[in-house]
Design a protein around this ligand. Structure first.
Ligand code: MLT
Ligand code: MN
Ligand code: ZN
Length: 307
């Protein structure tokens, strides 16, 4: 399986349009230590020809231009190599890009039922897209393995299982969907030929047992790196909520994900969905140094590896 990080930042990207926190200021000034990043998305492929997007950010147009393999093939007038899009939650940074992929063609969308209802209830995603191209939406059943088909319906060589990691409702959808399962999932994706597994969990509020179990045998883990510390936003004077209250387990500290991630032996352990306030985005910071010392990394746009 080929894994490519299309966008490694959380919602807002780096720099964020209205932010002058230390990282946003450094990225805007062209600092070599703080690389600009687009919003959270990944792409996976078994054959290097057909790809599945993992979440679709509002930066998807630029991400595709930066990775021409997703665009029209040689000799094709119109078309794309995107066979489908898999959604882990209904946040705008993970779903609003679907509307920007409206032009033509055929592309499957996969999500849980509740994510589909939020995407349709607030953004009218399916009704809008149906006026442009074929976008069959397939619901993921938590815990069940399923094949990811090519547009021809032949197997792509990838299969996937969604696992629940708690509840995470977008701010605009708070009340009516409360208590429903499937508002945020992690994905376990297996290459049918090699058996290699990727675990993708860009939104993880706690070290959830379902995540821990899936990650144990994985060759690669791409994990929520939104915040370094629980009080990051309040300390910078930017926000009022803690990382955990926003549904993101912090990276640092004795109870953070870094301490737990070190216990896993996946060769690729990479943070994604990194908020622009996170100090580990600066390659000269002690926080980034700690990641590297422990054999982990902070995702960058365009990073690619094979498992
Ligand atoms: C999140 O990851 O918590 C959300 O995407 C926040 C946002 O609205 O940007
Ligand atoms: Mn987000
Ligand atoms: Zn910022």
């Amino acid at each position: 399986m080929i894994v490519r990080i299309l966008g490694s930042a959380a919602g807002g990207g780096l720099p964020q349009w209205n932010c002058r926190c230390p990282n946003c200021a450094a990225a805007r000034a062209g600092s070599p230590q703080v690389k600009p990043r687009t919003q959270s998305s990944g792409a996976i492929s078994a054959d290097g020809r057909w790809w599945f997007l993992l979440n679709v950010s509002p930066d998807i147009r630029q991400q595709i231009l930066n990775f021409p393999e997703l665009g029209p093939a040689d000799g094709e007038l119109r078309g794309s190599r995107i066979a489908g899009c898999v959604l882990t939650d209904a946040e705008l940074d993970h779903t609003s890009g679907l509307l920007l992929l409206r032009e033509g063609g055929f592309m499957r969308i996969f999500s849980t039922g509740v994510v589909r209802r939020i995407a349709n209830g607030y953004l009218s995603t399916e009704p809008i897209l149906s006026q442009f191209g074929q976008r069959p939406w397939e619901e993921l059943e938590i815990g069940a393995w399923r094949d990811l088909p090519l547009p021809s319906s032949e197997p792509s060589g990838l299969r996937l299982r969604a696992f629940g990691v708690g509840e995470h409702l977008p701010r605009f959808a708070r009340t009516e969907f409360e208590g429903e399962s499937g508002s945020v999932i992690g994905l376990e994706i297996e290459d049918a030929r090699t058996g290699a597994k990727l675990v993708y969990a860009p939104c993880l509020g706690e070290w959830h047992p379902n995540f821990a179990e899936a990650a144990r045998g994985a060759k690669a883990v791409l994990l929520d790196g939104t915040f370094w510390s629980d009080d990051e936003m309040t300390r910078l004077g930017i926000g009022t909520g803690t990382a955990r209250a926003m549904g993101h387990l912090p990276v640092g500290g004795p109870d953070g994900s870094l301490a737990r991630l070190t216990e896993l032996n996946a060769p690729h352990r990479v943070y994604v969905h990194i908020n622009n306030t996170n100090p580990m985005l600066n390659s000269a910071s002690p926080e980034y140094g700690e990641l590297i010392r422990r054999g982990l990394d902070a995702g960058t746009d365009g990073k690619r590896f094979e498992i």
